[in-house]
Design a protein around this ligand. Structure first.
Ligand code: ADP
Ligand code: ZN
Ligand code: MG
Length: 477
C-alpha cells in the first residue's frame, strides 16, 4: 500500500460577497424565502440581457493578486452548455480559454517545510439555482435565489499529495479570501466548496493515474475522510489488476464511502463558446496597479508581525493570524487593554474552546474587540477574578454587552474588602478544624482545600490572593 502516492487537485468555488448578482441587480444575501431574490435576467426569461457587475471583476483580480497570479489584460465570458433543472438558461456563463487570472501559487506548511501549490487559473462564473427535495416524496422545487450569485473558481495544479496537505491548502485559501474581504467563506452555507480530484500512482512513476472527482464538498472533515477512502479504493482496484474509471463520485458521509454518479464529461461535451451578449473584459495596467495598492496585509505578513511585535509563540501566531476575524479581535482588544499576552491567551484557550464546542467559526463571534478588551481590563484591575471572567465570556458569546454591565447585573464583582474576606476565612476555619491541624503538620494541600471552601461560599467572588494570605496569617497566629 505504501508504494503508492496519492495525487490531488482542487477546484475551489467561492461565492463573492458583492451586494448584487453577477449579471443583474438582485441581492446575493443568504437565507431569503425561495425565489424572492430573482428577476427576469437571473430567471433566464427570453430576450433578457446580462450586464457584468464590475465588482465581480475587481474581487476576482484581488483574489488573483493575493495568490501571486498573472492578471489577464484581455479576458472574456463563455457559455458552458449543460442541462440541469437548477440552470434555467441551460448554460452557465463562465470563462473558458481566457480566465481573468493564471499561474499563481499559495504556500502551505508541511512536515518537510514550506511547499508551493501552483494555481492553474482563477476565473469568474455564475452560480446555479438550488433544488429543494421534498422530504415527503412530493418531488423537487427549484429555488433561483442563488442563480447568478458570483463565484470565483480557483483551480489548482495536481500538486497536493495527502489529505493533510489538502486541508492546509484549503485553510490557506479560506484565510486569504477572508483577509481580502471578497467572500465570507462560510462553508456550511456553501460559500466555499471544493471539487476534489483524486488519483493514485506507484511511487517513482512520472505519469499521473486516472482521477475521479467528488463535487461540492464543504467540510474539512468530509474532504479529509473522502480523500483517504477514495485513494485506498483506487489502490485496491489497481492491486486486483483492475483499472480506475474516470468518473464523478458522490461522497456519502454516513457510510463513509464514495458512489458513482456519472461518467466524467470532457470540456468538449460542454460546447463552450464566447457569450455573444457580453463584451470582452479589458483591464488597464493602471486598474490592476490600483487594486494591488489597495490590498490589505495578508496572513503570512501578519503572522511575522505577531512574532516580532507581540512576541507570540509560533503556534499562537499561526492560529490567530490564520483568521482575519481572530486577528482583528486580537489587535483591537490588545490596544484597549494594553495586555496582548492576556488577549492572546483568551483567544487561544477559552474563545477557541467555546467556538469548538458550539461548532461556530470566528466570523460568528458576536461580541466585539471593545468588549473583550474591557473584560481583560476588569481582571487586571482586580474587579473580577479570572474564574468570574470565564463566566462573563460565556455571557458575551450568548448576549454581548458591556462586561461591566454584566457583572453589575449578575452581582459578580470580586470581594476584595478585608473585613468581608476575614469573615469568610474565620467561618471556614471554624468549620474545618481538621484542616488546620493538617496544615500545621505540613500538609500544604489543606490550604488549597480551605481556599476552595471559601471560594465556594462566596460563589467564586472572593479575591483568591487575599484568601490565601489571610488563611496563612490566621493559622499562624
Ligand atoms: P475539469 O475537472 O473541469 O474537467 P481540469 O481537467 O482542468 O478540469 O482538472 C480539474 C482539476 O483536476 C485540477 O484541479 C487538476 O489539478 C486536477 N487533476 C487533473 N488531473 C489529475 C490527476 N491525474 N489526479 C488528481 N488530480 C488531477
Ligand atoms: Zn436577478
Ligand atoms: Mg472538475
Amino acid at each position: 500500500m505504501s508504494d503508492y502516492e496519492t495525487v490531488i487537485g482542487l477546484e475551489v468555488h467561492a461565492e463573492l460577497s458583492t451586494k448584487t448578482k453577477i449579471f443583474c441587480s438582485c441581492p446575493t444575501s443568504f437565507g431569503a424565502d425561495p425565489n424572492t431574490h430573482t428577476c427576469p435576467i437571473c430567471m433566464a426569461m427570453p430576450g433578457t440581457l446580462p450586464v457584468l457587475n464590475e465588482k465581480v471583476v475587481e474581487y476576482a483580480v484581488k483574489a488573483g493578486l493575493a495568490t501571486n497570479c498573472e492578471i489577464s489584460r484581455n479576458s472574456k465570458n463563455d457559455r458552458k452548455n449543460y442541462f440541469y433543472p437548477d440552470l434555467p438558461k441551460s448554460y452557465q456563463i463562465s470563462q473558458f480559454d481566457k480566465p481573468l487570472c493564471e499561474h499563481g501559487y499559495v504556500e502551505i506548511d508541511t512536515e518537510e517545510g514550506k511547499k508551493k501549490i501552483r494555481l492553474l487559473r482563477i476565473h469568474i462564473e455564475e452560480d446555479a439555482g438550488k433544488l429543494n427535495h421534498d422530504e415527503f416524496g412530493g418531488g423537487s422545487l427549484v429555488d433561483l435565489n442563488r442563480a447568478g450569485v458570483p463565484l470565483i473558481e480557483i483551480v489548482s495544479e495536481p500538486d497536493l499529495r495527502s489529505s493533510q496537505e489538502v486541508e492546509q491548502y484549503l485553510r490557506k485559501i479560506k484565510s486569504i479570501l477572508e483577509y481580502i474581504e471578497v467572500s465570507d467563506c462560510k462553508m456550511q452555507e456553501g460559500s466555499l466548496r471544493a471539487d476534489v480530484n483524486v488519483s493514485v500512482r506507484k511511487k517513482g512513476e512520472t505519469k499521473f493515474g486516472t482521477r475521479t472527482e467528488m463535487k461540492n464538498m464543504n467540510s474539512f472533515r468530509s474532504i479529509v475522510r473522502a480523500i483517504e477512502y477514495e485513494a485506498n479504493r483506487q489502490i485496491d482496484v489497481l492491486e486486483e489488476g483492475g483499472i480506475v474509471e474516470q468518473e464523478t463520485l458522490r461522497w456519502d458521509e454516513v457510510s463513509g464511502k464514495t458512489f458513482s454518479m456519472r461518467d466524467k464529461e470532457d470540456a468538449q461535451d460542454y460546447r463552450y463558446f464566447p457569450d455573444p451578449d457580453l463584451v470582452a473584459i479589458k483591464l488597464s495596467d493602471e486598474y490592476i496597479e490600483n487594486i494591488k495598492k489597495g490590498l490589505p496585509e495578508l496572513p503570512e505578513t501578519r503572522k511575522k508581525r505577531y512574532l516580532e511585535e507581540y512576541h507570540l509563540s509560533e503556534k499562537d501566531a499561526n492560529i490567530i493570524s490564520s483568521s482575519k476575524y481572530l486577528a482583528d479581535l486580537f489587535e483591537k482588544a490588545s490596544a484597549i487593554c494594553n495586555n496582548p499576552k492576556a488577549v492572546n491567551n483568551w483567544i487561544i484557550s477559552d474563545i477557541s474552546r467555546i467556538l469548538n464546542e458550539t461548532e461556530k467559526e470566528p466570523i460568528d463571534i458576536s461580541f466585539d474587540s471593545n468588549q473583550l478588551g474591557k473584560l481583560v481590563l476588569l481582571i487586571d484591575k482586580g474587579t473580577i477574578s479570572s474564574s468570574i471572567a470565564k463566566k462573563v465570556l460565556t455571557e458575551l458569546f450568548e448576549n454581548p454587552r458591556d462586561p461591566e454591565e454584566i457583572i453589575k447585573e449578575k452581582g459578580w464583582i470580586q470581594i476584595s474588602d478585608e473585613g468581608a474576606i476575614k469573615e469568610v476565612v474565620l467561618k471556614v476555619l471554624e468549620e474545618n478544624p481538621q484542616s488546620i491541624s493538617d496544615y500545621k503538620s505540613g500538609k500544604d494541600k489543606a490550604l488549597g482545600f480551605l481556599v476552595g471552601q471559601a471560594m465556594k461560599q462566596t460563589k467564586g467572588q472572593a479575591n483568591p490572593q487575599m484568601l490565601n494570605k489571610m488563611f496563612i496569617e490566621e493559622m499562624n497566629k
